[in-house]
Design a binder for this molecule. Sequence first.
Ligand code: GAL
Length: 702
Amino acid sequence: MKQIRILFFHSILAFSTLFSVNGQSLEKWFPKEDLMKIGVYYYPEQWPEKQWSRDFQNMAKQGFQFTHIGEFAWTFMEPEEGKFDFKWLDEAINLASKNGLKVILCTPSAAPPVWLSEKYPETLVQNVEGTTMVHGSRTHCSWSSPKYRELVEKVDQELAKRYGKDKRIWGWQIDNEPSHYSAEYDYSAPTKARFIEWLKVKYSTIDKLNESWGTSFWSIRYQNFEQIRIPNSRELPQPANPHAVLDYRRFTAAECAGFVSFQAKTLRKFVSDEQWITTNYMGSHNPNDPFLNKDLDFLTLTSYPVAGFAVGFGNEGFRINEPSALGQPLDYFRSIKGKTGVMELQPGQVNWGRYNPQPFPGAVRLWLYQSFGAGSAFVCAYRYRQPRFGGEQYHYGMVGPDGVTPSPGGLEYQQTIKEMAELKKSFKPAKEMPLRLKSMKTGILFKKDNIWDMNYQRQTSQWNPNLHVTKYYEALRALQAPVDFLEESSDFSEYPFLVAPAYQLVDQKLISKLTKYVQKGGNLILSCRFGQKDNNAQLWEGPFQEPLKKLAGIQVKFFDVLPDDKYGKVTYGGRNFEWNNWGEVLEPETTSTVLATYIDQYYKKGAAAVEKKLGKGTITYIGVETESFKMERELMKTLYGKVTGKTPDELAEGLEVSYRDGLWVGMNFHSTENRTVNIPSSAKILLGERELKPCGVVVWTE
Ligand code: GAL
């Protein structure tokens, strides 16, 4: 093991990193010395013009460095088709700039004006029930509609021509949270036509499609592409073909990304290199695939940790949420281009959740520091003023509807901005990540196709593919491993550890790549459902999970799932753990080590987790998902200890520690218990203290 460790340190230092290369090219916009800029959304079109000057002035007084304008203002930019009016926008940009605020300008495609829907009904989205969306809220036009795209292109061009070389504009946001919100999937005629075109390009002949979709099943076979409809559960008596559903998900994500890319191309014709271009995908529950938009300068996320879905830690954990709620999206979006920003962050109470509690005092500041620790270039508060009218009246801002009284969250922003300014004074970016972190660098191999396919065929309502990934993510972060999300095409070599949670769809190319990774000294952790299917989501004509057998010599005899209220048990390291969601019974090669076994059900003594050495590395296969996830955590802790030579400290529940360019950030997400951060005595504490109250933050250098 020692030898492996030394080899690893060597390879870690030798490989240039994919991410730092991208990260460096973004430095011109986001120099490390700037730490994290903080800005705020403003909607000039929603407030009397005579108040704009006061509002921008106050924003600047509160310390904000930039503002964000325009994503829902199409009707003000183009009140009639082809007649543009930017006088009001000129004025708003002038006032922002006069107060030292840089501007993020947006393309307004998410909120088309009424004349558009009236004149061009063919642009409208149709939902799963067949209902056509109409004018009256937002995002009711289809990315797939050629007419809508044509009109978007025109308004984007006008904006880009006018402001593309304007030094007051910091960068551009395309659209808003590209997705179709509640309609989520679009079943309109232009979409169907484009789906068929997409399928033609993918399969070229109908025979190939029939083969890939397995349409001999139930006589589904198509004779030509034109016979294909968007799979829609509302018009099918029995479940739609899973292969058709998967392709439709893939198509939708590609269509969404394509719509964003098309706008980026339009802007780039006129926009100078000084201005960056991004979009703001939803941080979680995103039906699309932000990784498809690598053509943007970087990707940003939106985040609302407290909207009636959070559990968190302690009595009032629902007011804070777990660290992973924002932490996972931050790591995920940063992984795409080596840098991210939080384009929207919850300011306080919101209006659209299942229920909408007040966040815990300090939670807003806590999320700001979490964004900072994860490497965000900026955070933009959603929004400056609580609206007096419209669909989000109960949504807090930095100030109340009067436009001047700060909200509790607004005050936390002001405090954080001041603290950041202090931190900046003494900040010198460190050149290297400390070795103790580097030696634990972990890639999570992730692709949306796995999520889409498993979501459609869960095999038990208990199985939640996104949550399964999050549980691994949380386990890794509790060990303080730095985590990046990787694709199959990524360079794995800088990661001593690679985790592929429930990676269901694989091909031979990936298996070869993983084999080489391990042979060279990588430590691969795979979990249940790995390699069940090929990329067409068909089972292998061979042993179940055949690729796992090829890669790790493990045969999955079968898997089992239990009723909601029944728990099976596995034993690992002398302790028993309950499971219920998913359990695979494994038959490993004799050269492998069985780590965990079932101790009940008719397959007791069957293997549940196995470790195998291959070349200079290891493969760990965890075929069960335990209820508390404690077995998986223990198992990974032991593995990380063996490989790095030091068993990592597992952080107490609710504690989060991150590292950014030489600064360490400790945060307490527990709502009722204090936490003590393990800070070396030689460290210099720059902010806060070791003992953290709920929502407390400490920043130090070593
Ligand atoms: C976001 C959306 C914003 C605003 C916000 C309210 O999802 O992008 O436009 O509606 O929610 O919390």
